[in-house]
Design a protein around this ligand. Structure first.
Ligand SMILES: N[C@@H](CCC(=O)N[C@@H](CS)C(=O)NCC(=O)O)C(=O)O
Length: 207
């Protein structure tokens, strides 16, 4: 008899849970998916709030370990199942920028691409996440002439930051600059990205 995978991904179609799904596909570890339909309010049910009091997806459990917040999930999974591969080792020079981009993805990029399309552009110096144009400049400069965030080596930071860039480009929440479009093209050509997209992006979302 096959044993149940240790990892469960709490997931809703067409959501930020795509990021964790993509990483799990890249890592090639067995996992099971529990659907938490955010459009039906499942994320606010008592049982789920015990796992993630914020009432948001994704969350993962791995045995007794419970992790929510996408960058934390990515850091945890990549360290545990891809250490030295998708996660640079602690002593590697790449570990610093790796962690920086992980945090940047939801501390800076996510709020800016959520607010900018609503024409909410606060002065950069007044917020922790800074200005939209500065963020676009930082990303463009970083990715210019570079295959991935850390250079030639693809890492879990590309999954974390790249999935946010990918979704933002699709929603036209980021300008379609060649440097961003090309980067997104490299990421979305990956087989694991496709498997995650097929499993998690319903067609009605793009209708
Ligand atoms: N900061 C969270 C954001 C997660 C998030 O915004 N999830 C959305 C779906 S894309 C959600 O669960 N929304 C349902 C709700 O807030 O009721 C992370 O990085 O994991």
């Amino acid at each position: 008899m096959k044993s149940k995978p240790a990892i469960t991904l709490y997931h809703s179609p067409g959501s930020r849970a795509f990021t964790a799904y993509w990483l799990l596909e890249e890592l090639g570890v067995p996992f099971q998916v529990t659907n938490v339909d955010i459009r039906k309010g499942d994320q606010k049910k008592k049982e789920y709030l015990k796992l993630n009091p914020s009432g948001k997806v994704p969350t993962i459990t791995d045995g007794k370990v419970v992790v929510s917040e996408n960058p934390a999930i990515c850091i945890y999974l990549a360290d545990r199942y891809g250490y030295g591969g998708l996660a640079p080792k602690i002593e590697a020079a790449a570990r610093g920028p790796y962690l920086k981009w992980m945090v940047y993805s939801t501390a800076v990029l996510d709020p800016l691409v959520s607010l900018h399309p609503k024409h909410i552009d606060l002065p950069g110096a007044e917020t922790g996440f800074g200005g939209f144009d500065d963020m676009v400049e930082v990303l463009s400069k970083t990715l210019r002439g570079r295959k991935y965030l850390l250079g030639d080596k693809f890492s879990a930071a590309d999954i974390m930051l790249g999935s946010t860039i990918s979704a933002a480009l699709r929603r036209k929440a980021l300008p379609d600059l060649p440097v961003l479009v090309d980067y997104n093209g490299r990421l979305s050509a990956r087989a694991a990205y496709h498997r995650a997209a097929d499993a998690t992006w319903p067609e009605w979302l793009f209708a």
